[in-house]
Design a protein around this ligand. Structure first.
Ligand code: TYM
Length: 332
């Protein structure tokens, strides 16, 4: 079974539809066919300021959403990043393997640091991608299922892994991104040229999975489209309509050409209403499952503790080997 690994930030309480369609949905499918490791990346979350009590709650909420989406702790390893010291430990070694210029080219850092301003930009935000390198290499992951916005970080991981292997001898599996083309980038409903994002200035164009479905339905119905009338997949000229078609298709399994045919001769209104309905039908049971998991935080914590144990069995081996390769004196 090929190994996959991925992570998601607990930052804001709810995952958004882009997180789900771009990443989490693939994670659920891959646990059937792959040796799968998935984590809530709380170390990454503190690269921007977090309220401690809220971070703890959103970490549980993230785990509950992953379970609600269909991750099964019997079929995958689900854990919290900070439960393993190995991530920070390998992260340091990877910091020493990454060029300053190389890290400076990360586009997510440029975007995020622009939002934080010079004062608010921490060194942690800068080395964030390098911690991600460590996350991936610790598990010898072959594939990393992510959305398009993470491609550059996985490419960095490849470069650093190859560099380490060349310098110290083969130590790490060189991973590749696993990105589902159709849903690699879900767009903001109000600005369909921008990706749906946790940090968007307005939540109007973002579908948060834990919101009241009525709120989301309304967002779908007021999605920005174009001045035309034809329901057609054309991301260039009809980004809003195309985004709605992609979302519909992903949630129902009906292909985009079939949807185009179905909506022939109809205006955008019926499409928006139908996507709102399709989403509501999917999200309602999802939300209920998440709330059930949250009802028993002790059980959730136990489950995450077991996940951490399984993860450590792999991560500790890689870390020991790495320390040895680098030349650290083993503790007596
Ligand atoms: P994060 O928490 O920002 O996002 C989690 C996943 O959701 C995907 N995603 C999207 N996909 C499609 N359309 C969108 N609009 C959209 N927005 C987000 C992301 O691509 C991601 O797959 N750095 C990572 C977390 C991380 C990680 C890792 C991932 C830490 N260590 C190791 C893989 C492997 C992040 O911030 O994802």
């Amino acid at each position: 079974r090929p190994r996959v690994l991925s992570g998601i930030q607990p930052t804001s309480g709810s995952f958004h539809l882009g997180n789900y369609l771009g990443a989490v949905r693939q994670w659920v499918a891959l646990q059937e066919s792959h040796d799968a490791f998935y984590m809530v990346v709380d170390l990454h979350a503190i690269t921007i300021p977090q309220d401690p009590a809220r971070l703890r709650e959103s970490t549980r909420l993230a785990a509950a959403q992953l379970l609600g989406a269909g991750l099964d702790p019997e079929r995958c390893t689900l854990f919290v990043q900070s439960h393993l010291a190995e991530h920070a430990q390998l992260g340091w070694v990877m910091n020493c393997m990454t060029g300053f210029g190389e890290a400076s080219r990360m586009t997510q850092f440029k975007d995020k640091s622009a939002k934080q301003g010079a004062e608010g930009t921490t060194v942690g935000l800068f080395t964030y991608p390098v911690l991600q390198v460590a996350d991936i290499l610790l598990y010898q992951a072959e594939q990393v299922p992510v959305g398009e916005d993470q491609r550059q970080h996985v490419e960095l991981t490849r470069d650093v892994a190859e560099r380490f292997n060349a310098r110290y001898g083969h130590t790490f599996t060189v991973p590749r991104p696993r990105i589902v083309r159709e849903t690699a980038k879900i767009y903001d409903l109000q600005d369909p040229t921008a990706k749906m994002s946790k940090s968007a200035p307005s939540a109007k164009g973002r579908i948060d999975l834990m919101d009241d479905p009525k709120v989301s339905a309304k967002k779908f119905r007021s999605a920005v489209t174009d001045t035309g009338t034809e329901v057609r997949y054309d991301p260039e000229n009809k980004p809003g309509v195309s985004n709605l078609l992609v979302i519909h298709s992903a949630l129902t399994g009906i292909t985009v050409p079939e949807l185009e045919e179905k909506f022939t001769g109809q205006l955008y209104g019926p499409l928006k209403t139908e996507v709102a309905g399709v989403f509501t039908d999917w999200v309602t049971p999802f939300r209920n499952r998440v709330l059930e998991y949250l009802d028993d935080p002790a059980e959730l914590d136990r489950l995450l503790a077991r996940g951490a144990e399984k993860a450590r069995a792999v991560a500790s081996v890689t870390l020991r080997e790495t320390y040895d390769r680098v030349g650290f004196l083993p503790p007596a």
